[in-house]
Design a binder for this molecule. Structure first.
Ligand code: DC
Length: 221
């Protein structure tokens, strides 16, 4: 038997920071499912597939062999044998990924991979549909959110620290657009599972959120 914690929520809510810390604390593996959608997006970009061409994406996703390995505890995503992790965190890939993630064939393929992983390992998995679709029987489901303003400010700080020029209003608008696409798509839209605990991190520090979620898990397991 394996344990699983599902963390869903909109872009920039702090899911990966929080999920990583929880996984480390519990000795579970952290699975960043967004990175899988980003790897599939990267594949389509390199194949020159247009974002409007859902048919080509559906056919071609079968040619993308996506797998996950761990190096020093960090998730690495391999696409057809190549470690593509360094190319996945750009704003361009992130915004395109929310379009690619509306494709049913892409989702079927990646959900299967995610479910296989959770069968063999204790996992903290983050994404948009983990509690509602990928792991409906997760031991704990969390819906982690924060206001668009807070999320944009966090992203702005992160990019500025990396010396990347950016505009906070543009970031906030991208976040609002991405939320809309993720929440309004037909297949597995982003929504809080009925049995998920809502955590609004707008006024909470990282450690506060981590210890709250750990406490919830201990109560349930
Ligand atoms: O979490 P992220 O920003 O890396 O995710 C990139 C995109 O992938 C996001 O816009 C929505 C999509 N996604 C999804 O639809 N389902 C998931 N389980 C994870 C991500």
């Amino acid at each position: 038997m394996t344990y699983s914690i599902a963390i869903d929520g909109p872009a920039g809510a702090g899911k990966s920071t929080i999920a990583k810390k929880i996984a480390k604390e519990l000795g579970f593996i952290y699975v960043d499912t967004g990175a899988m959608y980003r790897a599939m997006t990267y594949f389509f970009v390199t194949e020159h597939i247009k974002k409007e061409d859902a048919g080509a994406m559906g056919r071609l996703c079968e040619n993308a062999d996506i797998s996950i390995k761990y190096q020093n505890g960090e998730q690495q995503v391999f696409l057809n044998g190549e470690n593509v992790t360094p190319y996945l965190r750009t704003e361009e890939v992130g915004n395109l990924a929310s379009v690619v993630a509306t494709n049913g064939d892409v989702r079927r393929k990646l959900v299967e991979l995610q479910q296989k992983l959770a069968k063999s390992e204790n996992v903290v998995m983050d994404g948009r549909d983990i509690g509602t679709c990928v792991l409906p029987h997760a031991d704990l489901k969390v819906y982690l959110t924060a206001s668009p303003k807070t999320r944009a400010a966090r992203r702005f700080k992160e990019l500025t620290e990396k010396n990347i020029l950016c505009n906070i209003e543009e970031i906030e608008n991208d976040i609002i657009d991405r939320d809309k696409r993720d929440m309004e798509r037909e297949i597995s839209p982003l929504r809080q599972a009925e049995d998920a605990v809502l955590v609004d991190s707008s006024d909470m520090g990282v450690e506060e959120v981590v210890s709250y979620i750990l406490q919830l898990f201990m109560e349930r397991k």
